[in-house]
Write a protein that binds this ligand. Structure first.
Ligand SMILES: CCCCCCCCCCCCC/C=C/[C@@H](O)[C@H](CO)NC(=O)CCCCCCCCCCCCCCC
Ligand SMILES: Nc1ncnc2c1ncn2[C@@H]1O[C@H](COP(=O)(O)OP(=O)(O)OP(=O)(O)O)[C@@H](O)[C@H]1O
Ligand SMILES: [Ca+2]
Length: 560
């Protein structure tokens, strides 16, 4: 790495020991100087070993402030008393707040206080570090924050006030905070009223549903302003310039977990402050040339659709509603007949069965999925292995009975499944992983579900297949007509009709619902296109080579 010229270097006191402190454009470092007079004040234990070097990247410094030597400094509401002995010898001091990596992808704010002999030197340090911070143009200065007071365990406001707001203040970020009053409040405000020019980013405090509101508000507004017809499935989305940050306070928090590696409000706030950004894939969902919704995490039909429909009536249960409805849906064991057609992404590197994971600096995402694999399979018009599938103009068509049809545009990792629905999915490669779970026994389906919580491969089962796709369509077998309007009513009518016609059937209804990032879609027949648009999240995984810990919800003494 190119050696950076030093901006400042001084001998400063830290916890009663003398340190060589140095700053260049990239790093702030401090190293203890081994002298006989190591302990200036004497008697006070300090944790630093002689000669141990410490460093923090300038890009991860949150703030710097001068200490008022006479009365300490006001730091997060707590007054700090200056140590008596060092005040005498080194009467001026400044504190640097920076990001410290903690356990399992967590970030914490740490402070280090340096004491100086002269006031001028102290001011020079503070000013130089501030100049370095000002030069970091990717950092947000003005944020528009929406808090959903009813997401997850209804802790959004408390989480923001206690854990996030003090950090934004420390980093001199000004905020305009709106506590939402009803569903879609944030979406509509963003779409019509919000003065977006005033902000460097929007932040939501809530779950995936709130994030979805942000995406819909911002993306819709950008398309409208640029004359893009959202109803046309072929139209290219115009990227919007504002970034979206997410402070987790929901029930699943999959978008946060899959991008940051943990659902921790402080970690997310720190990622936002340092200006981390991560482009992500956005799928647009249409029905008969009518735009329905965007999806960034899961589009799920069958199991996840039925589970969500049931859980919506149990919102009062909080996050536990998903476990309750998940168990109930598992017991009902409904399958759905239909046709899935998809355009395989054959021109890219990577498959859903890869062992590598999408992490910060991901090679595939850096190339926006535009990498051509030499091993890319030729599209053939028939597939001898799969009797109920065929190819039509590059599209593959599969008819069958499915317990679940899931499209994961990202891994969908969350606390319930730390590796996610599709562990090798990429955040920004312009593809979605289409997972087809065919009709199988309850026991086998349970084995499949359980594997989401262990190290075993959930796709390595005869009734499961997974494809990396650019577009897909689904048509339920009993698709009434183009004017399939009220899904629920049609579904009920059709369900009883089928049962009358086939008394011995297992009473699976004709239609399930689509779970689109936690919202129910009003149609079963849909067409989906996935594109990478630079809708930047204000966050990203920070671990490069290390894989996420995948603690199992259940002890796995045997391979299921
Ligand atoms: C036996 C244990 C199996 C555990 C299997 C866990 C798989 C979990 C996979 C989670 C994937 C999350 C995808 C993200 C979706 C979000 O856009 C959306 C909005 O927030 N959340 C949900 O739809 C909410 C999704 C919540 C899913 C909860 C599923 C719970 C299943 C429970 C099945 C119990 C069977 C027990 C039989 C003894
Ligand atoms: N003030 C409000 N009153 C009622 N509903 C709201 C309000 N603000 C937002 N909502 C809606 O609440 C729904 C759920 O919000 P959110 O995603 O924050 O939490 P969650 O559903 O518990 O978590 P997750 O989406 O992670 O499972 C969203 O669809 C959002 O539109
Ligand atoms: Ca993707």
């Amino acid at each position: 790495m190119e050696k950076q010229p030093r901006l400042l270097a001084s001998q400063l006191l830290l916890k009663n020991s003398l340190f060589e402190v140095s700053l260049n454009r990239v790093l702030l470092t401090w190293k203890e100087i081994a002298t006989k007079k190591k302990r200036v004040s004497g008697g006070i234990h300090h944790p630093f070993k002689v000669g141990t070097s410490h460093g923090v990247s300038v890009s991860e410094i949150l703030a710097v402030r001068e200490l008022d030597v006479d009365c300490g400094t006001k730091d997060d509401g707590r007054w700090q008393k200056m140590p008596q002995k060092s005040t005498e010898a080194y009467p001026y001091a400044f504190t640097v707040s920076y990001v410290e990596r903690a356990w399992q992808h967590r970030w914490r704010c740490s402070d280090v206080t340096f004491h100086c002999l002269e006031g001028a030197l102290c001011q020079q340090w503070v000013q130089t570090i501030r100049e370095q911070l000002t030069a970091l143009t990717s950092r947000p200065k003005h944020l528009l924050v929406y808090i959903n007071p009813y997401g997850g365990k209804q802790q959004g406001e408390r989480i923001y006030e206690q854990k996030v707001a003090p950090l934004f203040t420390l980093a001199s970020i000004s905020t305009h905070v709106i506590v939402t009053e009803h569903a879609n409040h944030a979406r509509d405000h963003l779409r019509t009223e919000a003065e977006l020019k005033k902000y460097d980013g929007v932040v939501c405090v809530g779950g995936d549903g709130m994030f979805s509101e942000m995406v819909h508000g911002l993306v819709s507004r950008t398309q409208r302003d640029n004359g893009v017809d959202q109803n046309s499935p072929e139209e290219k989305l115009v990227p919007c310039t504002l970034r979206i940050g997410i402070i987790p306070a929901g029930s699943t928090d999959c978008i946060c977990y899959a991008t940051v590696g943990i659902n921790d409000p402080v970690t997310s706030a720190l990622h936002i402050i340092v200006g981390d950004a991560q482009p992500m894939d956005v799928c647009s969902v249409h029905h008969n040339n009518t735009f329905l919704r965007y999806s960034v995490s899961l589009l799920g039909y069958g199991f996840y659709g039925d589970m969500l429909a049931d859980s919506e009536r149990k919102r009062w249960m909080g996050p536990a509603r998903y476990d309750f409805s998940g168990f109930k849906t598992f017991l009902t064991h409904h399958y759905y007949e239909g046709t899935v057609s998809f355009l395989p992404a054959t021109d890219i590197l990577g498959t859903p069965r890869d062992k590598t994971r999408c992490r910060a600096g991901c090679f595939i995402c850096q190339h926006n999925g535009q990498l051509y694999s030499e091993d890319a399979p030729e599209i053939c018009e028939t597939d001898p292995d799969v009797s109920d599938s065929e190819y039509k103009g590059g599209w593959r068509v599969i008819r069958g009975k499915f317990l679940a049809i899931n499209a994961a545009s990202m891994s969908c990792a969350c606390p319930r499944s730390p590796k996610g629905l599709s562990p090798a999915a990429h955040l920004a490669d312009g593809t979605t992983d289409l997972i087809l779970v065919r009709k199988c026994s309850r026991f086998n389906f349970l084995r499949h579900l359980l594997r989401h919580t262990s190290k075993y491969d959930q796709f390595d089962m005869t009734f499961v297949e997974v494809h990396r796709v650019r577009r897909f369509r689904f048509t339920p077998r009993y698709c009434q007509s183009d004017s399939e309007l009220d899904l629920r009513e049609n579904g009920k009518r059709l369900f009883s009709q089928i049962c009358r016609d086939h008394p011995a059937c297992s009473c699976s209804p004709a239609y399930s619902s689509w779970n689109c990032d936690g919202e129910i879609l009003p149609h079963a027949a849909i067409e989906v296109g996935c594109v990478t648009t630079p809708y930047n999240l204000l966050c990203k995984y920070t671990v490069h080579s290390e894989s996420i810990q995948t603690p199992s919800l259940f002890p796995h003494f045997f391979t299921l």
